[in-house]
Ligand binder design. Sequence first.
Ligand code: SF4
Length: 389
Amino acid sequence: MDQSVTKLSEPPWVWPRAAYVHVPFCAHHCGYCDFAVVAGRDDQIGPYLDALRAELSTLGRPEPVRTLFIGGGTPSHLRGRHLQRLLRMVREALPLEADDGQPEFSVEANPDDIDDQTVSILADYGVSRVSLGVQSFQPHLLRVLERRHDPAQVPRAVERLRRHIREVSLDLIFGVPGQTPADWADDLRRAIALPIDHVSTYGLTYEKGTRLWKERARGRLIPLSEEAELQLYEQAIDTLEAAGLEQYEISNFARPGHRSRHNQTYWANEAYFGFGLGAARYVRFRRERNTRSLSLYLRTCLAGGSPTVEAEELVPDERAKETLAVQLRRVQGIDRQRFREQTGFDLDDLAGPAIARAVELGLLEDRGEVVRLTRRGRCVADAVITTLL
Ligand code: SF4
């Protein structure tokens, strides 16, 4: 039998229908970021694309997917022929096919990179969704985050994108030192005034080793209290939902029909491919991660080797617990029957008493076939998930 037919007869939690490709280049390394990024190394873009091509060629043959996501780093930092080369090689190795005729091709971008040429290249290669790293409209908070764009560039970027790209999403960060509820209200107001379909709102985290983490450790930067952060989170839920952007995951809001299909793969705990520096993949229950060292990535891929440096085969029990943890992040929650089908475990055998306790505390809602977080539960989701595990 044709090998590709065999793979696609496997369910989506076994064989991927989604692929992530990482582009690590950035104009500048922001103080809070601990992604696999390189700043000030644009001379390495050409060799990186050669190495990425080599890694993609290990697929052996084109592998059809329903969703493609190019993230970073800053994919839009690539200009003209580099951007074209990237999009061409990704489309060739991972052709987009969707049963409903609506494949999703997302690219992350920074507002200051969005000019007419970039938008036209993205549209020519079938990009259907752009996720813009806005983070804040407040100059003083952008300074704390070390983001370099000017807030006035955001409406111009959205307007340019809207002319050719089907969906536009904005990323916003809350919990930045010095941020007030009035700052956040202004950010949310300015976001929803734009013609966008989707908003992701992330609470600022202090990742070990980042400049922000060091500043906090030295006492030069005072983080917001947990209560203040929670207030900002609730403010986001109220404002975005009132504007017609429905919450569908702890950090994500969309107009009807505009949820990120790619990210829903992660929250369903389904399989995905991953290529590029530091990229993770989950294929046939095996989790792998590539090296975060640019020189090692280039050397190994260009020599025909594998850039994978971490690999873990998940046993059924671990898979079931992981599935519980990520599916609970979705506002739709966990469907007991689908959970059984996907993991082979009964949700109640795994966490029945803990679910009952969380229901009593008003943190979970048990509707029979579906278990999901209540609004109160969403505000303390990490703690609820930990107790269930
Ligand atoms: S936050 Fe975004 S733009 Fe800043 S360094 Fe990280 S990936 Fe690059």
